[in-house]
Design a protein around this ligand. Structure first.
Ligand code: NA7
Length: 489
């Protein structure tokens, strides 16, 4: 192993100061790299936890498992942390690891162009920068999906997307509507129903609901976590959490497995036992298999939708009128506030940034049909351009932090020959990606995500754009990079 001083010094540019961008900076600094810049188009860190501030926002991965492995947090207030608490965690980690000094806020990278001297970057103020290595940590669900609802601009009340939350908005005594029944819509309904005059949940495809208990950690428990870090380890790396992850993973990749049958039984029982009115129960019964859409964890949705102040509306929306939402049935729901919990354009990734690779390759064209990356991390003809949580990574109720950490470990292996001065750039071979995509699609068609529903997991052909194999296989692949699959130059 060469000493760092014998190694080639590289300049690293990280795009995005969310969870993955901060991770990359911390890891680079840890190994003695000094030439690091993070460009962040927002005015603060936190990525998805900065963008999403809606009422009731929590992460559905247990808080102690949704932390960096190297920065456990004994102070989580609940089993499932709120979005605001998670954002504070990332801010505290950035300060503790002294990486805020690398961040340029309010700075958007407009283009990255590969040249013989590395990557040339153009920023939103027209200035330029360069990098030997670009790490795109631009997030997965970032660009709101705003459906083309006829008449929305004529709505007399307030209407906004869940990721464009109006800070300080009051729902007290107001008539609210929520369009969308994914994790966001479900969390919003639970948070708003008590305070509002009433809430209409426009949920055209009700989802399966996994009843997972959330609870607060007492001051005593937090003290114990502080004094005995192994108690935190026992949660994040303990059998209970990982067995759950592995069982769920087996279920989604083998929909006919006993593991899936077990999950289906829990979900069915939850619906049957929690919803008393037979009519409401039928309206809430999904018409597709469990976990086909991303499984929703909620202890409170069925209770909240049975609140006399909640109205479940499963009909199709005809149009938005000044007074409210008109259904195809003719019914008009008069509203003061309408929240679009309509999800995100999940296929964007680094776009709309322009990325020009070797031989004039334009990422916008390369990804015109759908985004792809070898093992979710790198793209042929785009040397030294790496993605964290890029297309085809494992998604589906797993900790994206754990995934990004493993991906980072993989990128480190790819960079080793470059740092050692033997080469200056690396990109996967085109045939490597083509072969991976072929195998991946065959496996993806067998997952539960392809069992007959719509979701943000599916690409333009209806094929899940996810990691279709086991989580253990992902961990294994990330731990042992096969450098022979790459072109080094
Ligand atoms: P999701 O899970 O993509 O859910 C979006 C919801 O919005 C879903 O229920 C959609 O119904 C609904 N939707 C979208 N367009 C329309 C229109 N035009 N009319 C009515 N309903 C519509 O987004 P979330 O924000 O809840 O969650 C995203 C992820 O964030 C989540 O999976 C976690 O990873 C965290 P559809 O299912 O298409 O019938």
């Amino acid at each position: 192993m060469e000493t760092p001083s014998a190694q080639r010094r590289l300049r690293y540019v990280i795009i995005g100061a969310g969870m993955a961008g901060l991770l990359a900076a911390i890891k680079l600094q840890e190994r003695g790299e000094a030439d690091i810049t993070i460009y962040e188009k927002g005015d603060s860190i936190g990525g998805t936890w900065r963008e999403n501030r809606y009422a009731g926002l929590t992460c559905d991965v247990p808080a102690h498992a949704y932390t960096y492995s190297f920065a456990p947090n004994p102070d989580w207030s609940r089993f499932f942390a709120s979005g605001a608490e998670i954002k504070r965690y990332f801010e505290a980690v950035a300060v503790r690891y002294n990486i805020t000094r690398f961040i340029h806020f309010n700075t958007e990278i407009m283009s990255c162009t590969h040249t013989t001297a590395g990557w040339e970057l153009t920023l939103n103020d027209g200035s330029h920068d360069r990098a030997d290595v670009v790490i795109a940590a631009t997030g997965v669900l970032h660009h709101p999906n705003i459906p083309a609802l006829e008449g929305i601009e004529e709505f007399a009340g307030e209407a906004f997307h869940s990721a464009r939350w109006k800070d300080g908005i009051s729902f007290s005594g107001r008539r609210a509507g929520i369009i969308g029944g994914g994790s966001t819509g479900v969390q919003l309904l639970c948070a708003l129903v008590e305070g509002a005059d009433h809430v209409v949940h426009f949920n055209r495809s009700p989802q399966w609901i996994m009843p997972v208990k959330d609870f607060a950690y007492s001051a005593e428990e937090r003290r114990m976590f502080r004094e005995n870090p192994q108690l935190i380890e026992a949660i994040r790396n303990g059998e209970e959490y990982w067995n759950g992850v592995m069982r769920f993973n087996k279920a989604i990749i083998e929909p006919d497995s006993p593991e899936m049958a077990e999950i289906e039984a829990i979900l069915l029982q939850n619906l049957e036992q929690s919803v008393t009115s037979p009519e409401l129960r039928e309206k809430l019964r999904p018409t597709y298999r469990a976990a086909c859409k991303r499984l929703i964890y909620s202890e409170r949705y069925y209770e909240s939708i049975q609140n006399p102040k909640a109205i479940l509306e499963t009909d199709a929306i005809a149009r938005i009128e000044p007074k409210g939402v008109r259904m195809k049935s003719g019914v008009l729901h008069e509203l003061d506030v309408l929240v679009l919990a309509t999800g995100f354009k999940a296929d964007r990734f680094v776009r709309p940034m322009t990325v020009l690779g070797q031989n004039g390759a334009d990422l916008n064209q390369v990804w015109a049909k759908r985004p792809t990356a070898y093992l979710a991390v790198s793209i042929p003809q785009f040397p030294n351009f790496f993605l964290l949580n890029g297309p085809t990574g494992p998604v589906g109720n797993f900790s994206l932090i754990d995934i990004a950490e493993r991906q980072w470990g993989y990128i480190e292996q790819l960079l080793e020959p470059i740092r050692a001065g033997r080469f200056s750039q690396v990109a996967p071979r085109p045939e490597t990606l083509a072969d991976y995509e072929e195998r991946r699609k065959v496996a993806a068609r067998k997952t539960v995500f392809a069992s007959g529903c719509t979701s943000w997991y599916l690409d333009d052909e209806g094929i899940p754009s996810t990691w279709p194999w086991s989580y253990s296989r992902f961990a294994e692949e990330m731990a042992h990079a096969r450098l022979e699959e790459y072109d080094y130059a």
